[in-house]
Write a protein that binds this ligand. Structure first.
Ligand code: NAP
Ligand code: ZN
Length: 403
């Protein structure tokens, strides 16, 4: 992990020997296929170091639909990687941000969401060691952090004491401009925040692991969910379906709590032992004092006490879904007598994100995805809000590119 801002400089690169991008060098060394003169020229021509203009998809007001926008990407600094974006998942957070639904994180417009990004490396800065041109990299919810606070030094950049730089709607530490996310043709990101994607991965179905995967994996790691422990997953959407798969992979006993009768069969297919409707009072009663861990992925606040009643002694309810003010109504006596905890958790650090990507690759775990074209983003948003995603939309940005 980097220990100072010095090896972390993204400042615009002046043309010169040190700043020459490796792209041209690596491409020039690649074997020539076909031997066509124009290909030789293309292969030896270094990719310019920017800044770049890039087509992206975003909106300009909370009520406006998303559509094509022309955006600027910063110049590739010595430690940066230029990614040609291939796939980007649609997280419910994208919707909250595009529609300015988070009171403590107001949206700056234009807003380009997207933080489940898979791209091919098109160019690398002169000091980059982790990637070469042609590699596949992933970007999740963060693109930078201070790199020096105790949390960053402990690989918890998501908890950076100076504030992590999020992939969208954050001031870029290099340029001061508002960051723009992965619904875009290109991204320039510090290599520290780019995740290696193992060869052979199903790229579209791996994209959601960069947010939905890590956000549900991290609490399982922190609260040490182990085999035969009982975990409840509340809400079966993008995060929820990854939580089920990841908990089942640990051989935990998984129960899904859903408001959608049509998802009960899916819950079992994804690896849950059972699925219980919120309205099933007999089921809720039967499961009282049952769970070691509950992970709530519901995007809105709701009365939590009925679920607190399901925790066993020392159990923990981890809210990852609702990020605005939580509803009250918790009963102190119940929390005290059961020594129960209410916790929150936000994504995971970069090392842990790499870990979940490698963990899933080794076990063949991937998201259930529905690929869409950029023109379908607004319809996809409506279906996510209507609890009708099975189970992650991923925008296909490969048109005209070699995926
Ligand atoms: P999603 O795909 O929309 O899934 C949420 C699921 O919750 C829905 O499919 C639905 O499942 C249930 N649900 C939705 N509205 C509900 C309501 N009003 N009452 C009860 N249940 C409801 O969303 P997601 O992408 O998984 O994201 C979930 C939340 O996590 C979002 O708020 C997002 O911002 C947040 N998030 C947090 C982090 C973090 O680091 N903490 C990271 C990523 C996302 P059923 O049909 O099964 O009931
Ligand atoms: Zn997300």
């Amino acid at each position: 992990m980097s220990d100072s801002r010095n090896d972390h400089d993204h400042g615009p690169t002046m043309p010169g020997r040190r700043s020459v991008l490796k792209a041209g060098v690596v491409l020039a060394a690649a074997p020539l296929v076909g031997g066509v003169a124009s290909r030789v020229e293309a292969a030896t021509k270094p990719v310019a170091n920017g800044p770049f203009t890039a087509r992206a998809y975003g909106n300009t007001s909370a009520t406006g639909p998303l559509g094509p926008l022309q955006t600027k990407r910063r110049a590739v600094g010595p430690n940066d990687v230029l990614l040609d974006v291939l796939y980007c998942g649609i997280c419910h957070s994208d919707i909250h941000q595009a529609r300015n639904e988070w009171s403590s994180l107001p949206t700056v417009y234009p807003c380009v969401p997207g933080h489940e990004i898979i791209g091919r490396v098109q160019a690398v800065g002169s000091a980059v060691t982790k990637f070469k041109v042609g590699d596949v990299g992933g970007v999740g919810c963060m693109v930078d952090s201070c790199g020096t606070c105790e949390n960053c030094l402990a690989d918890r950049e998501q908890n950076c004491l100076k504030g992590a730089t999020f992939t969208y709607n954050s001031p870029d530490r290099a340029t001061g401009e508002n960051t723009l996310g992965g619904y875009s043709e290109k991204m320039v990101v510090s290599e520290r925040f780019v995740i290696r994607i193992p060869p052979g991965a199903d790229l579209a179905a791996t994209a959601p692991l960069l947010c939905a995967g890590i956000t549900t994996f991290s609490p399982m790691q922190h609260w040490k969910l182990s085999s035969r422990q009982r975990v409840g997953v509340i809400g079966l959407g993008g995060l929820g379906h990854m939580a089920v798969k990841l908990a089942a992979a640990r051989k935990a006993e998984v129960t899904v709590f859903t408001t959608s009768p049509g998802k009960i069969a899916d819950a079992r297919r994804l690896g849950a032992q059972e699925a219980v409707l919120w309205t099933d009072t007999a089921g809720m009663k039967r499961l009282a004092n049952h769970f070691d861990l509950l992970i709530s992925t519901v995007p809105e606040s709701y009365p939590m006490q009925p679920f607190m009643d399901l925790l066993a002694l020392d159990g923990t309810f981890v809210n990852v879904g609702a990020l605005n003010q939580l509803e009250g109504g918790l009963i102190g006596m119940s929390m005290a007598f059961g020594r129960k905890s209410l916790a929150g958790s936000v994504i995971g650090g970069i090392a842990e994100t790499q870990e979940v990507i490698d963990y899933c690759a080794a076990r063949g775990i991937k998201a259930d995805v529905e690929l869409i074209r950029p023109e379908q983003i607004n319809q996809a948003y409506d279906r996510v809000v209507g609890k009708d995603v099975r189970y992650r939309f991923v925008i296909d940005l490969t048109t005209g590119k070699k995926a």
